[in-house]
Write a protein that binds this ligand. Structure first.
Ligand SMILES: [Fe+2]
Length: 442
């Protein structure tokens, strides 16, 4: 099996990866204007200030308290900034800005956490026995990837912040001319390898274990992700008004919430605009559409197709005609800018055909980056699953039948999480994620 070995999996790169990840999130908090730091851009989420304290509180609670058994210097903040929330229907938070501490206090707390942790980490041996990860290295990987995951979900949140509440960086995307519609690519029957071996030296979250294989019958898959242009046809042909295309719960959701178009689209006289991170532009027809799983499933039904299963995604992305499997769709080379739109290179999508060097061995394009891809697979544990004892709820809290596996990655997904075994998930009515889809014919 090809190893998806990544830079920060082993010591001593871990400490520099920690520093890199801190720089990424620090920069992200420069996006909202100072006066917007107590805003709540997504009603189901916390105010921005929570996340400023959350990343450090998480690191402290895991590494300081749990791994190093250090005495807390601020138990109140450890607790206040510990708990995130998953967006589920109903029950919106109602706290006020005045319920939160002042920014100076939060920054002081953050700085102290970094000092306390860094002084301990410096004298810690991160190498484990026999090339395996030491327990501290596992904790540190968890802290780094937790932070990087927030770097992505915070981008979803800041995307929804009004444009006049953000400071805009110099670069901005300009839409390109529409793409031709892609074809479907036949994938022969074969094996897909999912998961990670527990004995390996690659860090994975609890839900990535164990390694196992799945036999996948032949199917055909879209060459590209479904674009805004293609989704526009679905909308114009009454997709949001045709009950027969929607599962009952999804129909009830779009009607009760007044969902009539993708969250990132904005109706304007005679057409549609698109809201990028920092601008409003004419709808870019050849960018992947970002929608909820419910909208993706309705489109697939309208097109006479289905959403791929997790195993089908693996087969299309990592399989080969000879039966060998690759670490990345393009082969074994580490991810770089030429292969796809990921790892914070851009804020927004690119045209679906922009990265031919990222194609899989079967020729399927844009599988890593440029938007996660919804699957039809309900998020469930693999056989042999064991929750991390120090983070029991990371995955297990979401094995409720309401969350679906997403594969791939977005423009704001760190390269380390492009490993083959990584699984993302959201509930099917969440519209704010950088997540699109492609269809299969079985
Ligand atoms: Fe978190």
């Amino acid at each position: 099996m090809a190893q998806t070995q990544l830079k920060h999996s082993t010591s001593p790169d871990l400490l520099s990866s920690l520093a890199d990840s801190r720089a990424i999130t620090d920069k992200l908090f420069d996006v909202p204007l100072h006066e917007a730091l107590y805003d709540r851009p997504i009603p189901e989420r916390h105010r921005i200030v929570f996340y400023i304290g959350h990343l450090e509180a998480f690191d402290w609670n895991l590494l300081g308290t749990y791994a190093f058994e250090a005495k807390s210097f601020h138990p109140e903040f450890d607790k206040l900034f510990a708990f995130g929330i998953d967006p589920v229907d109903g029950g919106l938070p109602f706290d006020q800005p005045s319920d939160w501490p002042r920014l100076e206090e939060v920054h002081q707390y953050n700085q102290r956490v970094r000092e306390e942790l860094d002084s301990r980490l410096k004298s810690e041996s991160l190498a484990g026995a026999g090339g395996a990860l030491s327990q501290t290295a596992v904790y540190l990987n968890v802290a780094i990837e937790h932070r990087l995951m927030h770097a992505e979900t915070l981008a979803y949140m800041l995307h929804q912040l009004p444009l006049d509440r953000k400071s805009k960086p110099a670069q901005a995307n300009v839409p390109a001319p529409p793409a031709e519609t892609g074809k479907m690519i036949g994938i022969p029957a074969g094996t897909a390898t999912l998961g990670l071996p527990r004995s390996g030296n690659v860090f994975g979250w609890d839900n990535e274990f164990e390694l196992h294989t799945v036999e996948v019958p032949a199917f055909a898959i879209d060459e590209y992700k479904v674009t805004n242009g293609e989704f526009l046809r679905f909308l114009r042909e009454g997709g949001y008004e045709n009950k027969s295309l929607w599962a009952d719960a999804d129909w009830e959701w779009i009607k009760s919430q007044g969902v009539q178009h993708p969250q990132f689209w904005m109706p304007r006289e005679g057409g549609w605009d698109y809201r990028t991170m920092f601008a409003e532009i004419p709808l870019p027809l050849d960018w992947p559409v970002y929608v909820s799983q419910a909208e993706a499933a309705a489109y697939a039904r309208w097109a006479g197709k289905q959403l791929p299963s997790e195993a089908q995604f693996h087969r299309a992305a990592y399989g080969t005609a000879e039966g060998r499997e690759t670490a990345y769709p393009w082969g074994g080379a580490a991810p770089d800018k030429s292969r796809g739109n990921f790892d914070f290179y851009t804020w927004d999508p690119t045209p679906v055909q922009a990265h031919p060097a990222g194609r899989s061995q079967f020729g399927v394009a844009d599988l890593l980056g440029n938007g996660w891809e919804w699957t039809s697979t309900v998020f469930q544990p693999f056989a042999g699953f064991e929750a991390f004892p120090f983070y029991k709820g990371y995955s297990a809290n979401f094995f409720d039948g309401k969350h679906y596996v997403m594969k791939g990655g977005s423009s704001r997904t760190a390269a380390c999480m492009l490993r083959r075994s990584f699984r993302n998930w959201f509930q099917s009515h969440y519209q704010y994620a950088y997540s699109g889809f492609r269809c299969v014919s079985n």
